[in-house]
Design a protein around this ligand. Structure first.
Ligand code: NAD
Length: 523
């Protein structure tokens, strides 16, 4: 059995307590893929210490030079794409084909972030005073703690770490406990690409132990987190308690609206893909479909026929459309939502149960599930399920559908299927969501565009694109006065308004030290 280690200050080491945990294959839960250090506060403390020690030298490396290391990492990832996809497929359960997309997304971010090294722009502005220069310049935030989710173990790690590194931050990455091996390969790639020791540190372990210690550590200046809204609330509060910067990318209850003028075949393809690919374990998975009543029956027929053609199978078989859920806990959670919906009067049109035995063995497989007869106040209509479960609603009009879409505390992504250009653009104004699509599934974010949700789907910043560069840097505002006198911007207006001044008082056109200072009693 392979034993893996933490990476701290350039050394691969076990947890100081010697404790470990097992990494399990979700397609075949009898297979243990590796043993990982179960890190706790003392290991996190060492990793943060190593990051702080490396920070001073790393932040003085010019950003284009930092970008070169990311470009090298992108090239190594390209060369190892297939190998990395196999690691992801084994521990995450998605197909190798699906995992190749996860790796490609990381490669795209490596190249994008590398180029941002030459665009780490500040701004210049005209001063309100004569002979004064005003500008902003970007600096790193410091040590960034990265806490990730397992659903895109490579892409999410890259989407956070590459922008953080190009901005000159040192990083402590807490791997996700269901997908820790991907993080090991990521760290090895960064070593091979030439990242100096200590600039990226990796600790494995559980959220309540290693994750919590990282969030509370006073040496961590910022936490970049992707995970559930429930955990985001805890992390946000712990960051707020010590006024640390926090970027929280959280859950979704994403909806597709199908209007009466939509191409129903396209819409049904988009919904099946959005709801069931990687078993609905996307933050942007389609979990609600709101259909215009005029086309509800026709759309439902197409949806059910496509869903019945979905192949449920292991990640090792590239023809599987729907792969296992990540863990027993997650599977029971998903089935619990379905059971409670049924008990509350919802109608299960297909699926709704675990698939086991035979070809499914001991994997965590749930059949693709479509549910109707759901009221907006039901739990299944409001909470993120994070499984292959879709809930259908009937709307009387576009306005009615928008009302249903926005009646949600989660607001990550939304999509509208229509052929009406006016409605399409109105949707961008009307939909409460961080990412909106027309005639496309609810996922498909690109690395050069900002990504993130509103309401309880996110807090703080956007990831990816220029927004990530802003998130991982601090802006300093800088002035240079070349007037050879002491000027004060607060007195400019006063100096321009002589009539308002008391008669007989001497004024000067330029502010002088005398105007800036007191020197006598005011009574
Ligand atoms: P989770 O919140 O349980 O765990 C996510 C990470 O947080 C893990 O690494 C875990 O170890 C860590 N963690 C848990 N408790 C912690 C604590 N108290 N302090 C510090 N770290 C802690 O999430 P999950 O259920 O494993 O992942 C699925 C969730 O992630 C879904 O809600 C999904 O929507 C969300 N997600 C969001 C995005 C996005 O970009 N918005 C992307 C992917 C996944």
């Amino acid at each position: 059995m392979t034993e893996f280690a933490n990476l701290i200050g350039g050394n691969w080491v076990g947890a100081s307590s010697g404790a470990t945990f097992e990494n399990i294959n979700p397609s075949d839960t009898g297979e243990v893929l590796g043993i990982f250090p179960r890190s706790r506060a003392e290991d996190v403390d060492s990793a943060v210490g190593a990051a702080r020690a490396a920070l001073a030298a790393w932040k003085s490396v010019p950003p284009p030079e930092r970008g070169k290391i990311l470009r090298a990492a992108g090239r190594i990832m390209e060369a190892k794409k297939e190998e990395l996809a196999r690691v992801i497929s084994r521990e995450n359960g998605k197909t190798v084909k699906g995992a190749l997309g996860d790796v490609q997304s990381g490669i795209d971010m490596a190249y994008y972030a590398a180029e941002e090294g030459r665009r780490w722009f500040g701004k210049t502005a005209h001063s309100g005073l004569r002979k004064r220069f005003a500008m902003t310049k970007r600096y790193p935030v410091g040590v960034v703690g990265v806490i990730t989710s397992w659903n895109f173990p490579m892409a999410i790690t890259c989407w956070k770490t590459f922008p953080a590194l190009v901005c000159g931050n040192a990083v402590v990455l807490k791997s996700e406990e269901n997908t820790p091996e991907t993080a090991v390969h990521f760290a090895r790639i960064m070593e091979e690409a030439g990242l100096p020791p200590g600039v990226l540190n990796l600790v494995h372990g559980f959220g309540a132990e290693a994750g919590d210690a990282l969030v509370r550590h006073p040496g961590v200046d910022m936490i970049s987190f992707t995970g559930s809204s429930a955990t985001g609330r805890i992390i946000g509060a712990n960051c707020a308690a010590r006024l640390a910067k926090a970027s929280l990318e959280l859950g979704g209850k994403n909806a597709v609206l199908v209007m009466d003028d939509a191409d129903l075949d396209l819409a049904a393809d988009g919904v099946v893909c959005g709801a069931f690919s990687i078993s609905g374990q996307r933050c942007t998975a389609t979990s609600r479909v709101i259909v215009h009543e005029a086309v509800y029956d026709a759309f439902l027929e197409k949806l059910l026929s496509r869903t019945s053609g979905q192949r449920v199978g292991p990640g090792s078989d590239d023809s599987s459309d729907i792969t296992p859920l990540i863990s027993e806990r997650q599977m029971n959670r998903v089935l619990g939502y379905v059971e409670r919906a049924k008990a509350g009067g919802a109608r299960i049109l297909c699926g709704g149960e675990r698939l086991s035995g035979g070809a499914y063995g001991r994997g965590y497989y749930v059949a693709p599930t479509i549910i109707e007869n759901v009221t907006p106040d039901m739990e299944i209509a409001r909470e993120e399920v994070f499984g292959p479960v879709l809930v259908l609603f009937r709307a009387a009009s576009y306005e009615d559908a928008i009302g249903m879409l926005n009646d949600s505390t989660l607001a990550l992504s939304a999509s509208l299927f229509t052929r009406d250009v006016n409605r399409a653009f109105s949707f961008f104004d009307d939909a409460e969501a961080g990412v909106c699509y027309i005639n496309a599934p609810t996922f498909g974010s690109e690395p050069h565009m900002p990504f993130g949700g509103v309401k309880q789907s996110g807090l703080g910043y956007r990831e990816a694109g220029w927004a990530a560069i802003e998130a991982f840097s601090e802006v300093k505002t800088l002035y240079v006065d070349y007037s050879a006198r002491i000027q004060n911007v607060q007195f400019v207006e006063e100096a321009k308004l002589p009539p308002a001044l008391p008669r007989g008082r001497k004024i000067e056109l330029e502010n002088s030290p005398r105007l800036c200072h007191g020197g006598g009693r005011l009574s």
